[in-house]
Design a binder for this molecule. Structure first.
Ligand SMILES: C[S@@+](CC[C@H](N)C(=O)[O-])C[C@H]1O[C@@H](n2cnc3c(N)ncnc32)[C@H](O)[C@@H]1O
Length: 315
C-alpha cells in the first residue's frame, strides 16, 4: 500500500470494494465522498455506462472530491447530506442503486484544519460544523444548553465518565463568555479535572461528543441507512464503515432490523401487518483493518465495516 497523496487515507479500501461487488455498468452512491478515495476506486471499476453519485455535506470535501474524480465522467460530486438521499436521487433522476457506501464520521482534512475547530491539538474557533452553512457552531450550541443536557451529551456521545463535573465547567465558561475557541474547551476539561497531571484523556472524548452533537451524526446515520436500504435494487449492496462503538451499533441494528420479519401493530396491540425482511446480512461480525493498515494509517484503528444485500420483494 503506497502512502496516499491526498489528505485523507481511505479506510478498508479493498474490503469496501469487495463487499460492494461493483457491477461495471451499475449505479453507485458514495454518501461520504470526503477526499474521494473510495469514490475513485468505485469510479475506476465502472465502465462508461456506470454511474456514481458522491455526496458530502462539507463543501471543502466536495471541492476536493471533484478534483480527484475529474478523470471519470461517470462520477458526479454533490454537496448534500446523505440523510437527504431520496431528494438528491430524485433530482438526478436515478431510481435505485446497485450499491451504497457510507464511511461515517470525520475526515483527516476536517481534523487537521485547525480553523474548523474539530481538534484539541491546535487552536481555532469552537465550530466543528461539517457543513459551515448549516446548524449552530459548537460554541453556540453549548451556550444554549443546560448543564444537565451537556452532561447527557458527553455521556451519550463520548462515554465521558466525569460528565457532570466537566459539564459544570463548560456551562460556567459559556455563561462567562469564555468558551469561544478550541483551547477554551480543552481548558474547561482540564479545569474540571484539575487533579489530573497534564492533559486529561477525556479531552479527546469531549471533543468527539461535541462534534457528534453539533453534526447530529447519529440521527443522520440512522435515517441515511434506512434511506439507503429503501433505495437499493434487489441484489444491491449496502456497505457502512463506523468508527465509534455507538455508530457501529446503529449500523448493526439497522441491518439486523431490516433482515428480520417485522410486525406492525395496531394501537390495541394486534398484528396489523407482517413486513418481510428487506435485507440479508453479509458480515455476521464486523470487518476490521489489518495490523498493516493500522500501522500505515493509525486513524483506521477503530474502523468497523458491515455489509448487507437487498432481497427481492416477496411474491
Ligand atoms: C471518513 S470521511 C470519508 C472519507 C472518504 N470515504 C474517502 O475515502 O476519502 C467522512 C466524510 O463524511 C462526511 N459526512 C459525514 N456525515 C455526513 C452526512 N450526513 N452527509 C454527507 N456527508 C457526511 C464528512 O464531511 C466527511 O467528509
Amino acid at each position: 500500500m503506497a502512502a496516499a497523496p491526498w489528505p485523507h487515507a481511505s479506510v478498508l479500501p479493498e474490503a469496501a470494494l469487495q463487499w460492494l461487488a461493483i457491477k461495471p455498468g451499475g449505479v453507485y452512491i458514495d454518501g461520504t465522498a470526503g477526499a474521494g478515495g473510495h469514490s475513485a476506486l468505485i469510479a475506476a471499476a465502472l465502465d462508461p455506462d456506470g454511474r456514481l453519485l458522491a455526496l458530502d455535506r462539507d463543501p471543502t470535501a466536495v471541492a476536493l472530491a471533484r478534483e480527484r474524480l475529474a478523470p471519470w465522467p461517470q462520477a458526479t460530486v454533490i454537496h448534500a447530506n446523505y440523510g437527504d438521499l431520496e431528494q438528491v436521487v430524485a433530482e438526478y433522476k436515478i431510481e435505485s442503486a446497485d450499491g451504497i457506501l457510507i464511511d461515517a464520521g470525520v475526515s483527516s482534512m476536517q481534523i487537521d484544519s485547525h480553523d474548523r475547530g474539530f481538534s484539541f491539538q491546535g487552536d481555532g474557533p469552537l465550530d466543528m460544523r461539517m457543513n459551515p452553512e448549516s446548524g449552530a457552531p459548537a460554541a453556540v450550541l453549548l451556550a444554549s444548553m443546560s448543564e444537565a443536557d451537556i452532561a447527557g451529551l458527553l455521556r451519550e456521545y463520548g462515554d465521558v465518565g466525569p460528565a457532570k463535573r466537566i459539564a459544570r465547567r463548560i456551562a460556567e465558561r459559556a455563561r462567562a463568555g469564555s468558551l469561544r475557541r478550541t483551547g477554551d474547551l480543552s481548558e474547561a476539561v482540564a479545569e474540571a479535572l484539575d487533579f489530573v497531571q497534564g492533559t486529561p484523556k477525556e479531552v479527546r472524548t469531549v471533543f468527539q461528543a461535541v462534534r457528534i452533537a453539533v453534526n447530529e451524526e447519529f440521527r443522520w446515520l440512522a435515517s441515511g441507512l434506512h434511506g439507503a436500504v429503501r433505495f437499493l435494487k434487489p441484489g444491491g449492496r449496502l456497505v457502512a464503515i463506523a468508527f465509534h462503538s455507538a455508530e457501529d451499533r446503529i449500523v448493526k441494528n439497522v441491518l439486523r432490523e431490516t433482515s428480520r420479519k417485522q410486525k406492525r401493530l395496531t394501537r390495541d396491540g394486534r398484528v396489523a401487518e407482517t413486513i418481510p425482511p428487506s435485507m440479508r446480512v453479509l458480515t455476521p461480525s464486523p470487518v476490521c483493518p489489518s495490523e498493516e493498515e493500522i500501522a500505515m494509517n493509525p486513524r483506521a484503528k477503530s474502523a468497523r465495516l458491515r455489509a448487507g444485500e437487498k432481497l427481492p420483494p416477496e411474491e
